[in-house]
Design a protein. Structure first.
Length: 263
């Protein structure tokens, strides 16, 4: 498929702040179907996927691809619950293969970014939480760095943190914090060769420069207080969970890279 003018010459709009999570605006409902068509799907094939997701029978009186089945597809997307739109997008992506699946993923993610929608489609995980640019970079880089150095348990904890913060209708923010701290603790134990110690006791053994050591200790304290010992009426926001996960990822990357340099 030929590239758009903006793609050929590298013009990209500034990304707006994330303002949409628990909603599927009209533009998204249209875009999901149109992006599937752009990736090579016919309206009847899209309808099959949607009807399967919604457990509704297709209208057999609609037999022509355009406008009948296409209008039916649009109507089904317009009328369904907001979260079903994301279910449908995942199913459409899974029904495609190779370059078509890549095109669908890339176009949908571009739409999410340009419209300030806080979700992202990934090949293996489906649609997951998309935070700020630093959050996204930190989590991606952490998983890559941990996997590349054989710290697969720690990488798995970061993935679990992303799954928890992506849960809907109620995100598991405490779970996201716990998993990200568990990843950092796993890295710290490996580097310090102290498999039985908690992160709080490991901080002095990591040789972190001041005041980074104090910051990590306070991060551990915050996670223990707010995520492990939950008090009635105490609520964590997405921003706090995003901050802890981002910092835990960044410190994990720092420790891994510094250890490689020393070796």
């Amino acid at each position: 498929m030929p590239q758009n003018f903006s793609d050929r010459y590298g013009f990209t709009p500034a990304e707006p702040e994330i303002t949409i999570r628990e909603d599927a605006p009209d533009d998204l409902r249209f875009a999901v179907a149109q992006i599937a068509v752009n990736a090579g799907m016919s309206p009847s094939r899209i309808r099959d996927v949607i009807c399967t997701a919604l457990f509704v029978a297709p209208d057999r009186s609609n037999w022509s691809e355009y406008p009948n089945i296409w209008d039916e597809v649009r109507g089904l997307l317009e009328d369904c619950e907001w979260f079903k739109v994301y279910d449908i997008a995942e199913r459409l992506h899974r029904s495609l293969h190779h370059q078509q699946a890549d095109q669908f993923r890339d176009e949908l993610n571009r739409f999410f970014r340009e419209k300030g929608i806080g979700w992202e489609l990934k090949d293996d995980e489906g649609i997951v939480f998309r935070g700020s640019a630093p959050f996204t970079a930190a989590t991606i880089n952490a998983v890559e760095a941990l996997t590349a150095t054989g710290r697969t348990n720690a990488a798995s904890e970061i993935r679990e943190a992303l799954r928890d913060i992506s849960r809907r209708p109620v995100p598991d923010r405490t779970g996201a914090i716990q998993h990200s701290i568990a990843a950092l603790e796993s890295v710290a134990r490996d580097i310090a060769n102290e498999p039985g110690l908690t992160l709080g006791r490991l901080v002095p053994r990591l040789g972190l420069p001041r005041p980074l050591d104090e910051a990590v200790e306070k991060l551990w304290g915050f996670a223990s207080d707010r995520a492990r010992h939950i008090r009635e009426g105490q609520q964590l926001g997405d921003d706090e969970a995003e901050l802890v996960v981002s910092v835990a990822c960044a410190v994990s990357i720092f420790l891994v890279h510094r250890t490689q340099q020393v070796r």
